[in-house]
Design a protein around this ligand. Structure first.
Ligand code: FAD
Length: 329
């Protein structure tokens, strides 16, 4: 295990923020994961786990030890696909579709690593990871052991899991197993998907359609650094939605259990924030839910713009916006 000191994390977060890690370990094996976690514990250092850095907002330099998951390897056996945490998520989707294994095609082109996928139960276009999740292997920092967790232990919800709440920072995910389907059931009800993929599409056609739609709608983090959706869609009660609809009849909303979800992008746009900026940070012209780094954004620029958007949406609609990506440290 190699420990590098005082390393810029600019290449390791898709928002491109140039903050520094006091120490960085790039783990290529389970032993690296265990050794790094043990060292951090023995030294009393905070441990920050990252994958592809596409769902984190770095608020400043990271003290302690940053552990970047780069374990590699993937296999398909029967209907199961197993992949190491450091594998690129979209390459795994491509691999599964090419092998004739179905179920992941709607999750095409989501940036990031396999190991991070269960953390927020990644989802898109009517499918989420939990639909085909079989289990994972993780290092348990509490017991200093490698453990296997099944779906029942992961507490998956909408963009949520125990890894974001009750077991936050406890497990370092090293490997994920997914159950593929031999028979293809196309999920194409989402607006625009059937139009592009056709009425009786193949998994390849669905994958191509999703990639094309995403390219049109979302700024590419490689050319325009960002972390995808910056805010969660707020959830409100029926009474609150009725009151909002009296004042704003065109406000989009859709059911979420007993409550209702509002479109954060609509709220941001209507509050006049599209195109707003603070220093090097700006709201994307392409999608109001995305904050982009125009080239030299600092964590302070991101924080100021975040606060301004939240304040404007609250002033206009009385609705609070919660940041979606994980803020480190
Ligand atoms: C342009 C764009 C579009 C996106 N679209 C979608 C979308 O459609 N749907 C969606 O769900 N998400 C989307 N995202 C968010 C992001 O791609 C996912 O959350 C992805 O799973 C993050 O992977 P990562 O490896 O980059 O994780 P990171 O950003 O490195 O980490 C995210 C969180 O997971 C933790 N973590 C990472 N790896 C591990 C591990 N091995 N063990 C334990 N904890 C770990 C980190 O500590 C952090 O809390 C999008 C992001 C971008 C930039």
């Amino acid at each position: 295990m190699e420990i590098r000191g005082d390393v810029s994390l600019a290449p390791f977060n898709t928002l491109g923020l140039d903050v520094r890690a006091r120490r960085l370990v790039t783990a290529v094996s389970r032993e690296d994961v265990r050794d790094a976690a043990r060292l951090a514990r023995a030294e009393g250092w905070p441990l920050h786990v990252i994958g592809g850095g596409s769902n984190i907002v770095l608020t400043g330099d990271l003290p302690g030890l940053t552990l970047r998951l780069a374990l590699r390897g993937r296999s398909l056996g029967g209907q199961m696909i197993t992949a190491a945490a450091g594998e690129d998520w979209d390459s795994l989707v491509d691999f599964s579709v090419s092998a004739g294994a179905c179920g992941l095609e709607n999750l095409s082109a989501i940036p990031g690593t396999v190991g991070a996928a269960p953390v927020q139960n990644i989802g898109a276009y009517g499918v989420q990871l939990s639909d085909c999740f079989e289990g994972l292997q993780a290092y348990d920092r509490e017991t200093d052991r490698f453990v296997r967790l099944g779906p029942g232990e992961c507490g998956f919800g909408y963009r949520d899991s125990v890894f974001k709440s009750s077991a936050r920072a406890r497990f370092v995910i090293c490997e994920v197993t997914l159950r593929m389907s031999a028979t293809f059931r196309a999920v194409i009800a989402y607006p625009g998907v059937a139009e592009r993929a056709g009425r009786n599409p193949t998994p390849e056609a669905v994958r191509r359609a999703i990639i094309a739609i995403r390219r049109e709608k979302l700024p590419d983090p490689v050319r325009c650094p960002n972390v995808g959706s910056f805010f969660k869609n707020p959830v409100v009660s029926t009474a609150r939605l009725t009151a909002l609809h009296e004042r704003y009849p065109s406000m989009p909303a859709w059911p979420e259990g007993d409550a209702h979800k509002l479109a954060a992008a609509w709220l941001i746009e209507q509050a006049g924030c599209k195109g707003a900026g603070c220093g090097g940070a700006a709201v994307s012209d392409l999608h109001a839910l995305v904050i982009v780094n125009r080239g030299n954004a600092t964590p302070a620029d991101i924080a100021r713009l975040t606060a301004e958007i939240q304040a404007r949406v609250r002033e206009n609609f009385g609705v609070g916006l919660e940041v979606e990506p994980d803020r480190l440290p």
